[in-house]
Design a protein around this ligand. Structure first.
Ligand code: SF4
Length: 267
């Protein structure tokens, strides 16, 4: 094989691995190959990016939620555009304490062009209200894919790969203090893992977007709670974990504010 043929094969294998393992394309790896048949080994280029140097996501200058929503509604980047009625870009508070990320729109969301408005959405609103969160005041709700997969099937890896930049741009703009990941697809996509929700939930993970590390908690999707009551208790435990972290953060902010208040004559 020539060096070009080896490079094409390596890129194809990388793409297939990312699609199977993560659901979308990760940063492109760099290789150096030789035309010499005796030199079969792959030599990573000295400039190859490492895990500590993630590829820069596409965050356009002057980006805004409105711009993203307009792009989403006009998007034809994957085949889901052919069967959608309305895309559901996301909605909620502009500087959210919590960003909730689910899988994708269902039938009700497709009809309304809004995320989480069906039975599962109503349950999500109740779950959030139980820890004083609401899309009307302090939370933003979005999905990994913005258009409905037919018959509510899982999004395909190429669909997730095409759509994830919209979500990353939303996170970059919103700068949520916490992310609540609802369900398997959202959790596995954002955390780039194949682990089940049962193993991912319970403790905070970290999601790095741009130059920020955001605490991320995984829980069950509300539709799973509607199907199986056994998930309600662990989901409530997750909500309490999130509530405690929010309270801790508020206490730290209070202490910082108090420390900033100087007694008269101290300055
Ligand atoms: S799912 Fe995302 S990438 Fe696919 S058409 Fe809709 S907005 Fe575009």
């Amino acid at each position: 094989m020539t060096a070009d043929e080896k490079l094409s094969l390596a890129r194809f294998l990388d793409l297939a691995t990312d699609a199977i393992r993560y659901g979308y394309r990760s940063e492109e790896r760099e290789y150096q190959f030789s035309d010499d048949p005796a030199q079969a080994a792959v030599l990573p280029a000295t400039t190859a990016p490492t895990a500590a140097q993630p590829a820069a996501p596409p965050f356009p200058d002057g980006d805004s939620l409105e711009q993203i929503a307009a792009e989403v509604r006009a998007c034809t980047a994957c085949s889901l555009c052919e069967t959608r009625t309305n895309a559901a870009p996301g909605e909620g508070a502009q500087q959210p304490l919590v960003m909730v990320i689910g899988e994708g729109p269902g039938a009700d969301e497709d009809a309304a062009g809004r995320p989480f408005v069906g039975k599962a959405g109503q349950l999500l609103d109740k779950m959030l209200a139980s820890i004083e969160l609401s899309r009307n005041s302090n939370s933003f709700i979005a999905n990994v894919v913005k258009c409905r997969p037919p018959n509510n099937r899982d999004p395909l890896p190429e669909e997730t790969a095409a759509c994830i930049p919209f979500l990353e741009r939303q996170i970059q703009i919103l700068k949520p203090q916490f992310i609540l990941c609802a369900g398997r697809i959202a959790a596995q996509t954002l955390l780039k893992t194949g682990e089940p929700v049962g193993k991912l939930r319970g403790t905070f993970k970290t999601l790095r977007i741009g130059d920020r590390d955001i605490p991320l908690l995984v829980t069950y999707h509300p539709s799973a709670l509607l199907r199986n009551e056994e998930f309600k208790r662990p989901a409530w435990e997750d909500l309490k974990t999130l509530r405690a972290a929010i309270a801790d953060q508020a206490a730290i902010a209070d202490q910082a504010a108090i420390a900033d208040i100087s007694a008269p004559g101290e300055n």
